[in-house]
Design a binder for this molecule. Structure first.
Ligand code: SF4
Length: 362
């Protein structure tokens, strides 16, 4: 019998945890995370950014909690937030306790810098009482000296060993509602480390490439690092880290999930690179269509091709499309040529057809 090819990556089932309404792990949909970059003492600005991220499609938003005042603001934002909030804590376990008291849906700590066993245990007990998970994060920049010496530097084995030690510390406190992350700015190191962790434990993995850089470079590094792992079925939640406004992180994350068929495709535009045969201004047409469909929801593939050589063929494989001629376009829909349209009316004609298909349910 012929083997059926999987239509999307076959995911590894991990031990699920619940962060507010979002399930992480098991075979729950891969969730998208981001982090606010506003002043954590400024409630209004932070809440506004949380809402923007939620609107863009972010499932979980993380807030840095550098002091007790920020923990109190976190509580105020939490009460009005449309999405689950994660408190990001470093160094001071009392901040973790306060953030939990303020209603955090999940907290992120590095057990290596939060203090002795009694402090880690206090945080674990408080999280257990509230029924929230803890993400334990290890970064390539903060590996203990003994591990570095044992492995001769920052290697995938060194990072995974450090993460597994952190897991063991939490397990010793009787706490197992864990999400584990190991982050590095090197996508290849991130890939190899998470492969090892996925083999050696069953806790959900939070993926990310840290300090990925400006949007142009960072999106590629994240798509390679995170995308490779997701394609192998590894990873339950992730953040694309980009310098600046966090909303583009969510757009990039959605795009990674769509590319791997791990999320609904939405309105997908395919367009040719153009060549010497192109007799229309394809770039402007694609840009105009992209802008116009941004607010539409539904599942459609739209092909916008520069000429009739590959154009109609490609466009026919899409739900709807345009193929450029000499100053005009052929409009296709569901495998049929509908008509020729002048170039200056092509976008409008295509959009009418897209709306018609969406109203009929694609
Ligand atoms: S579809 Fe036509 S215009 Fe576009 S790259 Fe191919 S041959 Fe060139």
């Amino acid at each position: 019998m012929m083997q059926q090819e999987a239509s999307r990556p076959v995911r590894k089932a991990t031990r699920p945890v619940q962060a507010g309404p979002i399930r992480i792990g098991g075979l729950a949909p891969v969730s998208i995370q981001s982090m606010t970059c506003t002043d954590p003492h400024d409630r209004d600005a932070t809440l506004r950014q949380v809402c923007e991220l939620a609107e863009a499609g972010c499932d979980l938003v993380r807030l840095a909690i550098p002091d007790l005042e920020a923990a109190s603001v976190f509580g105020q934002v939490r009460r009005q937030s449309p999405v689950a909030l994660i408190a990001d804590i470093h160094f001071d376990y009392r901040l973790a306790l306060e953030a939990i008291r303020q209603g955090a849906d999940k907290i992120r700590i590095n057990p290596g810098n939060i203090g002795g066993e009694d402090r880690v245990r206090a945080v674990a007990n408080a999280a257990r009482e509230r029924g929230i998970p803890i993400r334990i994060g290890v970064n390539s920049g903060s590996l203990p000296r003994e591990i570095l010496a044992r492995h001769g530097g920052v290697t995938a084995e060194a990072l995974s060993e450090s993460a597994l030690e952190a897991v063991a510390r939490m397990e010793a406190c009787g706490f197992a509602d864990l999400v584990v992350s190991v982050k590095s700015s090197d996508p290849w190191l991130t890939i190899r480390t998470n492969r090892i962790l996925s083999d050696r434990m069953s806790y959900p993995l939070h993926l990310g490439v840290t300090e990925a850089g400006t949007p142009a470079e960072g999106v590629i590094r994240s798509a390679v690092g995170i995308g490779t792992l997701l394609a192998e079925g590894i990873g339950d939640t992730f953040r694309v880290s980009l310098t600046g406004d966090p909303v583009p992180e969510v757009h990039a994350a959605r795009s990674i999930l769509r590319t791997l068929h791990l999320a609904p495709q939405g309105i997908r535009i395919v367009s040719c690179p153009t060549c010497g045969r192109t007799r229309v201004n394809l770039a402007d047409t694609v840009e105009a269509v992209e802008r116009a469909v941004a607010g539409l929801s539904g599942d459609l593939t739209v092909a916008i091709m520069g000429c009739a050589v590959n154009g109609p063929g490609e466009a026919r494989e899409a739900d709807v499309g345009l193929a450029g001629g000499d100053g005009d376009y052929l409009l296709f829909s569901k495998g049929q040529v509908l008509r020729k349209v002048p170039a200056d009316r092509a976008v409008e004609a295509l959009l009418d057809e897209i709306r018609r298909l969406l109203s009929e349910g694609g």
